[in-house]
Design a protein. Structure first.
Length: 135
């Protein structure tokens, strides 16, 4: 019996499909999800999420959020998510540079803005790491 995987961000439903396995980066390390997994709610870390269906493996980069595993359903609610094929290295580098530059003057920023900028840096680093590893 396959898993039903859904990945949602505040802006869009990024991925929905039935899959064989999912590997999710969490704050405590990667976890592999197979059909029949015990119920689980976990915090998602910035990193690579791998989806296997048959002989095909898809890679996505996700940033922050939560994953809920219930029966054969996996729901990932992430702040950011992007398919590997859609990653633009130049755009990720520029976003990271802008966020790092803004963080240099973080004494003048409110804590919520500092947290947002740090999340942009972490997500950009994760995108670049995945994209450059596949070369």
């Amino acid at each position: 019996m396959p898993l039903t995987l859904e990945i949602v961000t505040p802006e869009d439903r990024v991925y929905t499909d039935t899959v064989d396995t999912v590997v999710i980066p969490t704050v405590e390390g990667e976890i592999g999800i197979l059909p029949g997994h015990i119920p689980l709610l976990t915090q998602v870390a910035d990193g690579e999420l791998r989806v296997s269906k048959g002989v095909e493996t898809k890679n996505l980069v996700i940033g922050g959020g939560f994953a809920q595993i219930e029966g054969d359903r996996v729901k990932v609610l992430a702040e950011f998510a992007i398919n590997e094929a859609q990653i633009d290295e130049n755009a990720a580098e520029k976003a990271m540079q802008r966020a790092e530059e803004a963080l240099k003057g973080k004494q003048e920023l409110d804590p919520a803005e500092v947290e947002r900028l740090e999340a942009v840096v972490r997500f950009s680093v994760a995108q670049l790491s995945v994209k450059r590893r596949r070369r």
